[in-house]
Ligand binder design. Structure first.
Ligand code: PLP
Length: 401
């Protein structure tokens, strides 16, 4: 008998299960709206032109090598990432109150952040929005922290449950960690307004809660990297502390390169350096140091004026296509006279629409129309194209009538 005979079979991760079911389906009309990745009008992955150019630069650089990076990653990448999220003129950066470490994309950064908090922060309660990105609870569970949720999405309005959100923050224990999506909330596509962020900030600061931002979609809401950093910058501007996770998976299309960063914004430079010294000790036994290639690509784009502006244009093009898909899907449902109010498709932002479709309706759409999406009703808008919108609209129409 195997020494591992008692290993039980684990359930499949839902979003991967949907992907696998889709790839098994031989239908030529199948539509994959599951995993949160950008696709072109042809349904293909997008390798950004600036990424190609940055790679060419790296390949032709005679001083390039494949040495180990420091534990905290590529220095240039860390510095430029901090500036991208906090702003080039950020006082917190100038005062050396921020420590930024390169980690394995958003996921790895969240994991290091959660482990750091579990070890060095006095409060073990973490508040997550309901609903949230499926992997979020895992980071905090493995770190041994206690999970709670705050109200976020209102299924009736298909918008923000702002009152519920504020009430839950108000009743949180002092010092509780609050996970916030910096922009383009996954899975709902619902973000607070500027005014709402301000109220959220006030209550978080007045109660001494600790904001932990996850920024996986900077640029995907407005097409502007600056505008999408607004919520984070508001919290940094008040002088208070926070954690911020960045990912370049979506906005540079560097999914498989695993490029991201964790920043801790502190009140003093001394605390920031002490935190950095501890982050190194967390990283060292886990993976020793992060991979070099993706971070070098990102740094090459971030530091070169021309590449940077080309990047912002490509980002705008992606965002515009998402908006266009929202309009087309809305119009297609409108033309069909599909029962229900579908204006939320237009109102939601970022990569996703939280359709409001029920699990059995989605099962029907998969069975009859070969449409694959998360069972919570999340639609990856980038999975659509002008050609496939009618097919999805027909499926939704049939599912709700
Ligand atoms: N955070 C959110 C909200 C996400 O949607 C994702 C990916 O879908 C991630 C983090 C992690 O992505 P990555 O590890 O590729 O940066």
């Amino acid at each position: 008998e195997s020494a591992f005979a008692r290993v039980p079979r684990a359930p499949e991760v839902p979003v991967y299960a949907v992907m696998a079911a889709c790839s098994r389906d031989p239908s030529p009309v199948k539509l994959n709206l599951g995993m949160g990745v950008y696709r072109t009008e042809d349904g293909k992955p997008l390798l950004l032109n600036v990424v190609k150019k940055a790679e060419e630069l790296l390949f032709s650089d005679p001083s390039a090598n494949k040495e180990y990076l420091p534990i905290t990653g590529l220095a240039e990448f860390r510095e430029l990432s901090a500036k991208l999220i906090f702003g080039t003129d950020s006082p917190a950066i100038k005062e050396n109150r921020v420590t930024t470490v390169q980690c394995l994309s958003g996921t790895g950064s969240l994991r290091i952040g959660a482990d750091f908090l579990a070890k060095y922060y006095y409060q073990s309660t973490v508040y997550l929005p309901e609903p949230t990105y499926g992997n979020h609870p895992n980071f905090f569970i493995v770190a041994g922290l206690c999970l709670r949720t705050y109200r976020y999405y209102d299924p009736v309005t298909r918008g923000l449950d702002f009152q519920g959100f504020l009430e839950d923050l108000a009743s949180a224990p002092p010092g509780a960690i609050v996970l916030l999506h910096a922009c383009a909330h996954n899975p709902t596509g619902v973000d607070p307004t500027v005014e709402q962020w301000e109220e959220i900030r006030q209550i978080i600061r007045s109660k001494g809660l600790l904001p932990f931002f996850d920024c996986a979609y900077q640029g995907f809401v407005s097409g502007s990297l600056e505008d999408d950093a607004r919520a984070v910058r508001k919290f940094v501007a008040d002088g208070g502390e926070c954690l911020v996770v960045q990912s370049y998976s979506k906005n540079m299309g560097l999914y498989g390169e695993r490029v991201g960063a964790l920043s801790v914004v502190c009140k003093t430079a001394d605390v920031a350096t002490r935190i950095e010294s501890q982050l190194k000790l967390l990283i060292r036994p886990m993976y020793s140091n992060p991979p070099i290639h993706g971070a070098a690509i990102a740094a090459a784009i971030l530091k070169d004026r021309n590449l940077f502006s080309e990047w912002t244009l490509e980002l705008e093009t992606m965002t515009k296509r998402l908006t266009c898909m929202r309009e087309q899907l809305f119009d297609a449902l409108h033309e069909r006279g599909t029962p229900g109010d579908w204006t939320h498709i237009l109102k939601h932002v970022g990569l996703f629409t939280f359709s409001g479709l029920k699990e059995e309706q989605i099962a029907f759409m998969t069975r009859e129309f070969h449409i694959y999406m998360s069972s919570d009703g999340r639609i990856n808008m980038a999975g659509l194209s002008t050609n496939t919108v009618p097919h999805l609209a027909n499926a939704i129409h049939a599912a709700v009538t």
